[in-house]
Ligand binder design. Structure first.
Ligand SMILES: [Zn+2]
Length: 298
């Protein structure tokens, strides 16, 4: 884990989740995302301080535990203020939301109350709408990158866009099978926006920074399109949601072995089913107390 310079005052700290660092000339700095837990954020703090910067603010791009779990330690250790979008603030302040929505809104059992899904609570001091902001004396542009979650934001500064989980590196697509998205229509719109964004550098949270985002966007879009096509084809015959989930995992070589993995994939598959229903491509019916989805007869 080290501080990598992109522009004079713009850096990223590489890791399982890349963090951004935006500094002012006086040495005050904003951290973008906080890593999954104390041990990650403690290392990040050391890297920031050894480089002579003072942490004044933390922007959390979205309320997934691997991005926010390290925040409470940083707040306690540095007094930094926390910022997020209004929507993500709700889950950052009530972090049970993530395992709760994964488990259909029922209280999540112990195997889902882990550090990958259930982050420690962090209070959000400031809410960010898309547009220009001066945060702790540092100018940044907040960009709506919803789709992966409903309130995900990216941060653009000095021609560098920190794009959180709006895209994942092509090698991660192969590894994970289908990228996690909660809202397919918005995820596709965000990919289009990324393609049109003039920036000289893009930093995704998972994968190496790139100067050309187009091949990365194309790989993510292609996997979304392949998934839509596969599910549409599968639903020529009526299937339950669980059958669709199994089909998608088989098709994209995903092997589910944990409850965490099962419910994250389930969320992604439900996002596709919702997308197909809303676009009038499939319908639903009920038989023998089972819910089936199938192609809509034309
Ligand atoms: Zn995420």
């Amino acid at each position: 884990m080290k501080l990598n310079k992109i522009k004079d005052n713009v850096f990223y700290i590489d890791g399982a989740v890349n963090m951004g660092l935006i500094a002012a000339d006086d040495g005050s700095a904003l951290l973008l995302d906080a890593g999954i837990d104390d041990s990650v954020s403690r290392k990040a703090k050391r890297v920031v301080e050894e480089s002579g910067f003072e942490l004044k603010g933390i922007i959390i791009t979205h309320a997934h535990a691997d991005h926010s779990g390290g925040a409470p330690y940083l707040v306690k250790a540095t007094g930094a203020k926390v910022y997020s979008s209004a929507f993500e603030k709700t889950a950052l302040e009530f972090p049970v939301w993530e395992p709760l929505y994964l488990f259909s809104g029922a209280y999540p059992p112990a195997p889902l109350r882990n550090k990958f899904l259930f982050a420690p609570q962090v209070k959000v001091d400031g809410v960010l709408e898309p547009g220009s902001h001066n945060i702790e004396g540092i100018e940044v542009e907040v960009v709506d990158l919803s789709g992966h979650t409903l309130g995900q934001i990216g941060i653009k500064v000095d021609g560098v866009l920190f794009c959180a989980d709006a895209v994942i590196a092509p090698e991660y697509i192969e590894k994970h099978g289908v990228p996690l998205n909660a809202h397919i229509e918005k995820a596709l719109a965000t990919l289009e926006l990324l393609e049109k964004t003039s920036a000289s550098f893009f930093v995704p949270a998972h994968g190496a920074p790139v100067d050309d985002i187009k091949p990365v966007v194309e790989a993510n879009r292609q996997r979304i399109k392949d998934t839509i096509e596969y599910i549409t084809c599968l639903l020529k015959e009526p299937r339950t949601a669980e059958e669709v989930l199994k089909g998608v995992c088989d098709r994209f070589k995903i092997e589910m072995t944990t409850m965490t993995q099962y419910y994250l994939m389930n969320l992604t598959v439900m996002a596709y089913i919702g997308y197909l229903l809303d676009n009038g491509l499939i319908t639903k019916f009920y038989e023998n107390n089972r819910q089936y989805f199938c192609e809509k007869s034309k």
